[in-house]
Design a protein around this ligand. Structure first.
Ligand SMILES: O=C(O)CCC(=O)C(=O)O
Ligand SMILES: [Fe+2]
Length: 496
C-alpha cells in the first residue's frame, strides 16, 4: 500500500479531539454490551427456572418409571408438557436475543481505529518514552516525570509496546517492556483472557524467532524461515515463548549502540541553561490601542528576538474557537519523510467575529498587517503529538512550492496557546537553547528572517511530544507582502 494514502485516512489518534470521540464510542459500546449481557443473563435465568420445574425424584428402574406414569396426574402432565411446553422452550432457546444491541455493537466496531491509528499511537508512546527518557517500569505504573497518575498499563498494553519497540530494533526498551509485562500479575484463572494473551505472545515470539534465524541463515528464503519458525514454535508453551523472546533480546542488546540525546530532546527535558537579563514589560508601542490597554510582554530571547505575550486569549474565546470548527483534517510533522500524522488542524478561512478579533489582536501585538491573509490555523495535537525541528520560512522552497505566492515568505510567526498542557508540548528553539512552556492564554512571537529578509537559521524550532494535556494552538504566519509599508524591524542587537 502507498504510505501516502494514510493522509486521507481518518485518524483518531492524532488529536485529543479525536480521542474524545473514541472514548464516547467505547462508552456506547459498553452500554450495548452490558444490555446484551443482561439479556443473555435473563435467558439463562429463565432456562434455570424451567430446569427447576423439571426437577423430580429420579426414576432409576423400569418399574419405578412404570409406577410413576401409571398415575393419571403424572400421565396427563407428562403428555401436556411434552406437547405444549417443550416446543415453546425449544423456540425460546433458539430465539435470537439482543439483536438491536448486537447490531449497534457491530456499527461501533466498524468505526473502530484501524492499524494505522494503532501504529501512530505506538510511535507516540515510544516518542514520549525516548524524548523524555522515561522508563517502562515507571510508565507502566502511571508515573510520568515524577507525577503519579491513577492509571496503569495492563499486561497486554506492555506486551504491545514490547513488540513494537522490538520491531524498530530498540531491543533494550523492548526487553524492559517485556519484563514489565511479565511482572504484571493477572489472576490467571480466566482461560479466554489467557488465550488472548497467548496469541499476542506467540506473534511476538514468531517475529523474534524469524529475526534470529534470518541473522544466522541469511541465504534462506522467507518461506523457508516461516516454515522453520512454525515447526519450532508449534508445541511451545508460554514459558518457552517467554524464554525465547528474553534470551534473544538480551543477546541483541549487546550489539546495539546508544545514541546521544538531540538538542531538541535536551530542551524537552528542561535541561537548557536558564536565560538571564531578560525582562517583562508592557507593550504600549506597536499600536495606539495598546496605549490604553497594554499587553504584558515577556522577553524570551533578545537576539534573535522572541517574546511571549500574556493574557492574549480568554477561556470564553477558546470555547468560541472550538465552536468555529467544522471538520478537522490531518496535520503532519514536517514536509520531510517519513511524514507522521501528529495533529488535527482546521483553517478558519471565512471571516468570523472570532477570527477578526484574533487577527486584530495579532496586529495590535505585533504591528503586522494581516488583512491580506486573514485565514487562521487552529491545531489540536494528540498525546505524543510533536513537531520536528523545522524553519517556518520557505525561502529556498518558495519557487517550486508556490510560484504564484503573492504573499511572500513567512518572516515571522505567532503561536497562541489555547489548551491546557500540564506536561510536555513545549516550543523549542534547539539552536539557541530556548524552550517555552505552552501556557494557555499566552502567545509566542518570533522572527524567521533577518531585517534584510534573509533567513535566520536560529529560528529553527520544534514542538516536544505532548505528555499530558490537550494542546490547542492558533497559528499565524506573517508574510512579507502585506508589510510593505509597516514592517516592524526586529530589535536585533547584531547579526550572526
Ligand atoms: O505549535 C507550536 O508551538 C509550533 C508550531 C509550528 O512550528 C508550526 O506550525 O509551524
Ligand atoms: Fe513552525
Amino acid at each position: 500500500t502507498d504510505p501516502n494514502d494514510l493522509f486521507n485516512k481518518k485518524y483518531y489518534s492524532s488529536s485529543v479531539f479525536g480521542l474524545v470521540r473514541l472514548l464516547k464510542m467505547e462508552q456506547e459500546f459498553m452500554e450495548s454490551f452490558s444490555i446484551y449481557a443482561n439479556i443473555l443473563q435473563e435467558k439463562v435465568d429463565n432456562l434455570n427456572i424451567f430446569l427447576d420445574e423439571l426437577k423430580r425424584p429420579s426414576h432409576k428402574t423400569h418399574n419405578e418409571r412404570e409406577k410413576f406414569v401409571s398415575n393419571p396426574l403424572n400421565a396427563f402432565a407428562l403428555i401436556r408438557r411434552l406437547n405444549q411446553d417443550w416446543p415453546k422452550w425449544q423456540n425460546y432457546t433458539q430465539k435470537q436475543l439482543g439483536m438491536v444491541q448486537l447490531n449497534a455493537m457491530q456499527d461501533i466496531v466498524s468505526a473502530a481505529p484501524e492499524s494505522f491509528d494503532m501504529d501512530e499511537k505506538l510511535k507516540a508512546m515510544h516518542r514520549i518514552e525516548t524524548t523524555y527518557d522515561l522508563q517502562p517500569k515507571d510508565i507502566a505504573k502511571g508515573l510520568l516525570q515524577g507525577t503519579k497518575f491513577n492509571y496503569k498499563l495492563t499486561l497486554r498494553d506492555c506486551l504491545a509496546l514490547a513488540h513494537h519497540t522490538f520491531k524498530i530494533d530498540e531491543f533494550q526498551r523492548s526487553l524492559l517492556w517485556f519484563q514489565e509485562a511479565l511482572n504484571i500479575n493477572t489472576d490467571g484463572s480466566l482461560e479466554l483472557v489467557n488465550k488472548l494473551q497467548e496469541i499476542e505472545l506467540k506473534s511476538f515470539a514468531t517475529d523474534v524467532a524469524k529475526r534470529s534465524i534470518y541473522l544466522t541463515h541469511q541465504a534462506l528464503t522467507d518461506e523457508a524461515i516461516d516454515k522453520l519458525v512454525n515447526s519450532q514454535l508449534q508445541d511451545a508453551k508460554p514459558k518457552d515463548l517467554e524464554q525465547l523472546i528474553s534470551s534473544n533480546l538480551k543477546h541483541w542488546i549487546k550489539d546495539s549502540s546508544t545514541t546521544l540525546p538531540t538538542e531538541h530532546n535536551i530542551g524537552c527535558q528542561g535541561l537548557f541553561p536558564k536565560k538571564t537579563n531578560l525582562v517583562c514589560r508592557y507593550n504600549f508601542s506597536t499600536n495606539a490601542f495598546l496605549k490604553l490597554a497594554p499587553l504584558k510582554m515577556e522577553e524570551i530571547s533578545r537576539d534573535p528576538y522572541i517574546v511571549m505575550f500574556h493574557e492574549v486569549i480568554s477561556d470564553k474565546e477558546i470555547e468560541e474557537m472550538k465552536g468555529e470548527i467544522k471538520q478537522m483534517e490531518n496535520g503532519w510533522t514536517s514536509l520531510e519523510e517519513p511524514k507522521e500524522i501528529v495533529s488535527h488542524i482546521y483553517w478558519i478561512t471565512k471571516e468570523s467575529s472570532f477570527s477578526k478579533r484574533i487577527n486584530d489582536r495579532i496586529s495590535d501585538m505585533t504591528g503586522f498587517k494581516v488583512e491580506e491573509f486573514p485565514a487562521i490555523q487552529l491545531a489540536n495535537f494528540g498525546v505524543g503529538g510533536y513537531f520536528k525541528p523545522h524553519y517556518d520560512y520557505y525561502t529556498e522552497r518558495l519557487k517550486e512550492l508556490d510560484a504564484n505566492n503573492t504573499l511572500g515568505d513567512r518572516l515571522a510567526s505567532i503561536i497562541i496557546y489555547a489548551g491546557e498542557v500540564s506536561q510536555g508540548g513545549q516550543t523549542v528553539f534547539p539552536d539557541i537553547k530556548v524552550a517555552v512552556e505552552p501556557k494557555k492564554g499566552k502567545a509566542l512571537f518570533w522572527f524567521n528572517d533577518f531585517d534584510d529578509s534573509s533567513p535566520d537559521p536560529r529560528s529553527l524550532h520544534s514542538v516536544c511530544p505532548v505528555i499530558v494535556g490537550s494542546r490547542w494552538t492558533i497559528t499565524k504566519w506573517l508574510h512579507y507582502a502585506p508589510q510593505m509599508f509597516v514592517k516592524p524591524c526586529s530589535p536585533r542587537v547584531h547579526k550572526k
